[in-house]
Design a binder for this molecule. Sequence first.
Ligand code: GLN
Length: 288
Amino acid sequence: MPEGQTVLSLLRKAEDKLSSVSHDLARRDAEIMLAHVLDTSLARLPIYEQRIPPLHIDQFERCVRRRQAGEPVAYIIGEQEFWSLTFKVNEHTLVPRPDTETLVEVGLRHLTPGKPTRILDLGTGSGCILLSLLHERAEASGVGVDKSSNALAIAKMNADQLGLLSRCELREGDWYEALREGEQFDLIVSNPPYIQSSDMLALMPDVREHEPHSALDGGVDGLDCYRRIASDAAFFLCRGGTIAVEVGIGQHEDVADLFVMSGLEAVSTHADLAGVMRVVAAKKAAES
Ligand code: GLN
């Protein structure tokens, strides 16, 4: 192998270039992108012994330049791991965040294994929440709604890749407007846009300049989407069904109030791994 062309030296050079954008994650970002270009895993990267063809070196250098310009790694390699599954993503979908796995965990607690249950995911994006739930519950089926047809195209590819197409329907529409009269679900989940409009400019440049604003901007107080989601939840939930939503930092009490005002009960809040109240859940009464 000519000098300067080993995995290690490529990583070192890239880490240097990325330090101002990726900070502590510079090495990790470089490794993820190089493993992707070489079609190997992160674990196998250190023992990669084949000669690196110039084509792959060029590809890797292009990836590094894109990252230097602030593009998130997930968009550069076109995928992101979530719930130990691989999801395709692009600029039309939010990059799935580890925080959102808390919503999957809470949702799973309300899906009895072995029981055929129906799930609705509002603003499904890449489909990461709905598809992770379906992956864990072989008897469940679900509907993913998004107003972006471009996002739905990605969700469909993910459903296909995970072998879940037969159990999920992806529909274009504005929240509940995509549903049919009388349709009801055992579990409704959503990770809606929840950033206050005035905070959009303060987001990290990676997010602000690359991720879809329609997936982030939650209106003046950040709660617009929760109002829409809460107001009709009881209508689309089965009796005893659960709704669980992700919330931004400090929004859990307001969202809990919205659920109570919409006639839901048994409101609970759930912290993520960092201790932030990240999920608010509520139930529709079993009897009415
Ligand atoms: N449900 C998707 C996710 O959690 C998209 C959420 C969104 O676009 N706000 O990644």
